[in-house]
Every structure is written in C-alpha cells, then in structure tokens.
Design a protein around this ligand. Structure first.
Ligand SMILES: CC(C)(COP(=O)(O)OP(=O)(O)OC[C@H]1O[C@@H](n2cnc3c(N)ncnc32)[C@H](O)[C@@H]1OP(=O)(O)O)[C@@H](O)C(=O)NCCC(=O)NCCS
Length: 155
C-alpha cells in the first residue's frame, strides 16, 4: 500500500472532493451539500485520504446516539485498487472507537461488488434491504452493519 494518511476534511478540500464525487456517483452531492455538512451538521464527521499531499478519496459519517452511519465514501478512479478504500474505512473505525462508538451502518448497491468486498473485509454483514432505495435506477440497497472493539485493529 502506498503511504497514505487519513485526516479530517477541511473546506479547502472541497474542490477535490466534488471532483471525485462527480467521477464516482450517478447522482453526485453538490458543493453546497458538502459545505453545509462541514459547517452546519453537528452530527457529521468527514475525512479525506491523502497521498503525497493530494486528496484521493473521502468519506463521511453521521453520528447518531451511539451509532455511526457512513454517508458516502469514494476513491478517485485513478487511485482505486491500491488499498486507499481500506485505509479510509480503517481510519473511520479508528475515529469512532476513540469516541466510544462501536457500531457502523451503511447502504450499498447489490451491484457494487468492489464496495461489498471492501466492507466484508472489515467484517460488515448484510442485515436487510431498503427496496428501491437508489433513485437513479430504483436499485435496492443492502443495509450492512459492522461491530468493532477497541484493541482489535486488523487494519
Ligand atoms: C468502493 C471503493 C471506495 C473501493 O476503494 P478502493 O480504494 O478501490 O479499494 P481498495 O483498493 O482498498 O480495496 C479494498 C478491497 O475491496 C475489494 N475490491 C476493490 N476493488 C475491487 C473490484 N474492482 N472488484 C472486486 N473487489 C474489489 C478487494 O477485496 C480489496 O481488498 P484486497 O485488495 O485485499 O483484495 C471504490 O471502488 C470507489 O470509490 N467506488 C465508487 C464509489 C462507491 O461505489 N462508493 C461506495 C458506495 S457504498
């Protein structure tokens, strides 16, 4: 794995983040959505993964009670398949454990084999379906949950 660091997202990262978002999703979040998340959503925590000073991916969490919900995660297409997704998910887990949150949930498309494989590596398991969750093609979402404990870092 290339040397990469995970750090908190800042407003100055948003150009790179929006670029990656547009390259990654059929219904990308807008720049305004990211700004609002960073400035106004007290439940939100956003992180980027950086290689050689370049932002190559990002992920967001909403912290609700004692659970975390992954809102989005993407790696720049040129940097996929190089362990950056694993670095980022590992970073998210480390961050939630620091604040004594142990459970993470997310939604993923059944057709998204790369994301499913990534989450399964960290022990996320499918726990249900949200029918026709994705508005672009009415694809269902698989709901996954991961449970983590301190001092058990496999990443
Ligand atoms: C899903 C995504 C974040 C994975 O990021 P990545 O940096 O390519 O993933 P990694 O290189 O860390 O790979 C992690 C694991 O995922 C799996 N994986 C990655 N790419 C894969 C592919 N194309 N096909 C199948 N499995 C794949 C592998 O199991 C890999 O583990 P391994 O290297 O030990 O075998 C990336 O593909 C992406 O940004 N996709 C578009 C946005 C998206 O779909 N986000 C998820 C929404 S739920």
């Amino acid at each position: 794995m290339e040397s990469a660091i995970v750090r908190k997202m800042e407003l100055s990262d948003i150009d790179s983040v929006v670029d990656i978002e547009k390259r990654s999703f059929p219904m990308p979040w807008t720049r305004g959505a990211f700004i609002s998340e960073l400035r106004r959503n007290k439940l939100a925590r956003y992180y980027v993964v950086e290689v050689g000073g370049r932002v190559v991916g990002y992920a967001g969490l909403w912290l609700v009670m004692n659970e975390a919900h992954i809102t989005n995660i993407a790696i720049h297409p040129k940097y996929r398949g190089r362990g950056m997704g694993k670095k980022l998910v590992g970073g998210l887990i480390e961050e939630i454990l620091k604040i004594n949150i142990y459970r993470i949930t997310l939604e993923v498309r059944p057709s998204n084999t790369a994301a499913l494989a990534l989450y399964k590596k960290f022990g996320f398991v499918p726990c249900g379906i949200r029918p026709e969750y994705y508005r672009d093609n009415n694809e269902d979402a698989i709901i996954m949950w991961g449970e983590f404990i301190k001092n058990d870092n496999k990443f």
